[in-house]
Design a protein around this ligand. Structure first.
Ligand code: GLN
Length: 347
């Protein structure tokens, strides 16, 4: 009897020792997770030679950008910057600007302003879809479409919601918000602005339609022009990393320390990014990364790991949905290596 008890105790003790050992192993595995610079370098090397996809060419100036341009910038919420590749060359921000103009409207007019006027649902359609505006309206004559501020119709409408007495006054607010998020003074790439202005008839049609349906209540020509200008803002990978980190840090630029928007409003911005940031591929992206993100046809993608880091990659060749292929691969690899997925259990 005594002996049995002893044997039982021994087994019990061995069990404890085994589980402590296992816990030790888990801790070691966590400690072995790469540091951000190693993760960034590894992804850079892994994807540098990838040759899939093609520059956007429906805006002629974008076809001329070097397809081999590849830069990565990860910025932590305490302002540490980790980079690889070309983080100096500027490309046009394109649709990534939609996030910051939407954020500006939310900051000024509250979370409900964007939800009520534009909506916060996925369209499931391409970024410049006109069918997405029509929704069921064209079939049954009535009914609101699914819409959000990160596809062109919603984005042109949110640009129209930025208040200001003149076009210049509105523009100064838009560029000012982008500057604050990036932590430096940005400027428009004039060749891209001209090229897109000469060829943006589809966006003009979208602007006119959004006015006709009451989403845009001011001059729609001005809204389309300012939208085109905001899409032509020049940014490098470091700028975009900083802008992503500003969202990761609850609206505070982690390097300049400026509170760009109220922390309480940031989750609304991130929710729309999670829903629609990579257009009709947003679900797939979220499935693999859990990260709110936004792409632009200039080749940039920003992604946000709330409370941890912002990351950006610039690499111009795009897939069929209009998202940079290398940027998607690199961000996924880096974030997953660092435990950046906000939907995964904390570690
Ligand atoms: N300026 C571009 C357009 O309106 C932006 C599109 C994008 O980056 N997806 O077509």
């Amino acid at each position: 009897m005594r002996e049995t008890l002893f044997v039982q105790r021994r087994a019990w003790l061995a069990g404890i020792i085994a589980s402590v050992g296992l816990a030790g192993l888990v801790v070691t595995a966590q400690q072995a997770a790469p540091d951000p610079q190693t993760a960034v370098n590894t992804a850079f090397k892994q994807f540098q030679t990838l040759k899939e996809g093609k520059n956007a060419d429906y805006i002629p100036a974008l076809a001329k950008v070097d397809p081999n341009l590849f830069g990565i910038a990860l910025v932590t919420v305490d302002g540490k910057v980790f980079t690889a590749g070309d983080i100096k060359t500027e490309v046009s921000i394109q649709s990534i600007s939609k996030v910051f103009t939407m954020a500006q409207v939310i900051q000024e007019q509250g979370l409900e302003s964007i939800e009520k006027r534009i909506g916060v649902d996925a369209t499931g359609a391409r970024f410049n879809s006109i069918i997405a505006i029509e929704g069921v309206r064209s079939v049954v004559g009535t009914g609101a479409p699914e819409m959000n501020a990160l596809v062109n119709p919603g984005a042109i409408s949110s640009t129209s919601m930025v208040t200001g007495a003149t076009s210049d006054a509105v523009w100064n607010k838009i560029i000012g918000f982008h500057n604050d998020a990036a932590g430096r003074s940005l400027s428009v790439l004039q060749d891209v602005y001209k090229s897109e202005s000469d060829t943006n008839q589809r966006n003009q049609a979208i602007g006119a339609l959004m006015y006709a349906y009451g989403y845009i209540k001011t001059d729609w020509h001005q809204a389309v022009d300012l939208y085109t200008r905001q899409c032509s803002i020049g940014v490098n990978a470091r700028d975009l990393g900083m802008m992503a980190a500003t969202l990761a840090a609850g609206g505070k630029n982690p390097v300049t320390g400026k509170q760009v928007m109220d922390a309480a409003k940031v989750p609304g911005v991130l929710a729309v990014m999670a829903t629609a940031g990579l257009y009709d591929d947003s679900g797939k992206w979220l499935y693999h990364t859990g990260l709110p993100a936004k792409s632009g046809v200039g080749g940039g993608i920003i992604a946000v790991s709330p409370g941890k880091f912002g990351i950006a990659v610039i690499a111009p060749p795009l897939d069929d949905a209009g998202n940079s292929i290398k940027a998607q691969r690199a961000i996924t690899a880096i974030s997953n290596a660092l435990g950046g997925n906000p939907l995964a259990p904390r570690r």
